[in-house]
Design a protein around this ligand. Structure first.
Ligand code: KIV
Ligand code: ZN
Length: 515
């Protein structure tokens, strides 16, 4: 049987970023977009251009850079939204405007305060305007799973006539149930007279834990685009997880009439990148990308796998990018080996100074840790790449922490900021608290610590600790990362990286000040 293409539309940078606290700077969004391009997603929803100047710039820089995926911006059905989306996308090699309006009785009556006729009229004129700007327009019926069937048929027919080429039917509130949701999609495709001129798409939220099941059930009834996010990030309980969708379709090719273009070997690296940038950890038992997803604990299982892998494994860990912990570099590796490994991992530095710093940090690490894995390099550059964002960073000098049973830990440290050197020390309730208090004694940011997260990059006690710190001040939320074999150093760097972004007034949070 010839397989049809299932379009993978990734909305990590738009709906994913709507997870409270998952804010990303423009540079971080661009890094994720490059990883998504490498993963070969078909469409990258880069943001909601009208929502703020920061998000406009993020969509624009992604549109200016990405070549192999379509770049999309969300827009309400208003003139200003569509103009702004088109402006941000103007240099994209392949651009899509995704416009939406709610179609359920409850949303039309209470939220929009519009009649169904007004909703149809506004949807049609938005799609026409968007089609004047770009050739590829998607229309979403927000809250479709609670919308009336006949009304959906009417609006879909008219927006397709107006030029929409993708019709998305979101389960906005995660209310759908697989058989029922899929049945509605199938009936819509059969009932709308011009349905053959559009691709029908699904976008499911995970409030009842059914986002992936609902999306896949809809594919069985004719949906040919799935909107999803890396690690299932997204508003409230999240969206359908890209990695689960893609691996389900691939593993059960015996039942799915579709295939995707995804390079599955990039899944784990992309998951790690999104997790470290957003500070949203991946639970160990998460399908595909959780640390235990391919670990067999029970003796019976281990015995079976050793005798014949397929007894207990339906997928190969390597197929989704779990490396076999190959030693890639060590103390004797030079600059050429270092940069060729970075190339292989798809990591580039635009600035020579930042590249030099990355190499120095690699050498420092190789002195402390004999075996350097890909994961070590990714953690190391994850912290250093933020230095390419053009903002003035607060740099950690030396750090000494003393702890003794029965005494308060003390941290003594030095910092460099705007060319000046500072030194201080502070006691804290624990060693990390002492480090943060010492930094605050010098910077006095008045930011609130929202998250402190440590993750071991590889196995063993010599592993680097990768720390994420989330700070909030005046409604602005930023994340910072740091990696080192000494987790107190990693913690200090993560805190300083977050502060550097926070202290820079030009760096607006992408979703602040907008809609
Ligand atoms: O969940 C939803 O309905 C959305 C739309 C804007 C597509 O995110
Ligand atoms: Zn959504």
């Amino acid at each position: 049987m010839d397989k049809q293409q299932l379009v993978i539309f990734d909305t990590t940078l738009r709906d994913g970023e709507q997870s409270p606290g998952a804010s990303m700077t423009r540079e971080e969004k661009l890094r994720v977009a490059k990883a998504l391009e490498k993963l070969r997603v078909d469409v990258i929803e880069a943001g909601f251009a009208v929502s703020s100047q920061g998000d406009f710039e993020a969509v624009k820089s992604i549109a200016d850079t990405i070549k192999d995926s379509t770049v999309c911006s969300l827009a309400r059905t208003t003139h200003v939204d569509i103009e702004r989306a088109a402006e941000a996308l103007k240099n994209a090699r392949s651009a899509r405007i995704h416009t939406f309006i709610a179609t359920s009785p409850i949303h039309m009556k209470y939220k929009l305060q519009m009649t169904p006729d007004q909703v149809v009229e506004q949807a049609v004129s938005a799609v026409k305007l968007a089609r004047n700007k770009v050739g590829d327009v998607e229309f979403s019926l927000e809250d479709a799973s609670r919308s009336e069937f006949d009304f959906m048929c009417r609006i879909i027919e008219q927006v397709i006539n107006a030029g929409a080429r993708t019709i998305n039917l979101p389960d906005t509130v995660g209310y759908g149930f697989p058989a029922e949701y899929a049945d509605t999609i199938g009936r819509l495709i059969a009932a709308v007279p011009n349905a053959d001129k559009a691709i029908f798409s699904v976008h499911c939220h995970n409030d009842l834990g059914l986002a992936v099941a609902n999306s896949l059930a809809a594919v069985m009834q004719g949906a040919r685009q799935i909107e999803c996010t890396i690690n299932g990030l997204g508003e409230r309980a999240g969206n359908a997880a890209l990695e689960e969708i893609v691996m389900a379709v691939r593993t059960r090719k015996d039942i799915f009439p579709v295939e995707t273009h995804i390079d599955t070997t990039q899944i784990v690296a992309t998951s790690r990148l999104v997790s470290s940038i957003t500070g949203f950890p991946v639970q160990p038992n998460k399908a595909i990308v959780g640390a235990n997803a391919f670990a067999h604990e029970s003796g019976i299982h281990q015995d079976g796998v050793l005798k014949y892998r397929e007894t207990y494994e339906i997928m190969k860990a390597q197929d989704v990018g779990w490396s076999t912990n190959k030693i890639v570099l060590g103390k004797l590796s030079g600059r050429a080996a270092f940069s060729s490994r970075l190339d292989a991992l798809g990591i580039q530095f635009d600035s020579k100074t930042v590249m030099n710093e990355a190499f120095l940090r690699f050498k420092e690490l190789a002195d402390k840790k004999r075996e350097i894995y890909d994961e070590d390099l990714q953690a190391l550059v994850s912290e250093i790449q933020v230095k390419e964002d053009g903002i003035e960073h607060i740099i950690l000098g030396d750090l000494a922490v003393t702890t003794k049973t029965g005494q308060l830990p003390n941290a003594a440290l030095s910092l460099t900021y705007k060319g000046e050197h500072y030194r201080t020390s502070a006691d804290g309730d624990g060693p990390v608290d002492a480090v943060f208090k010492a930094i605050e004694k010098l910077i006095n940011s008045q930011a609130e610590l929202k998250l402190y997260l440590v993750n071991a990059v590889t196995e063993g006690t010599d592993s680097q600790g990768e720390v994420t710190v989330r700070l909030e001040k005046g409604g602005r939320i930023v994340n910072g990362q740091g990696a080192d074999t000494d987790i107190l150093v990693a913690s200090a760097r993560a805190y300083l990286n977050a502060l550097s972004v926070l202290e820079n007034p030009d760096r607006l949070h992408p979703q602040l000040g907008g809609v």
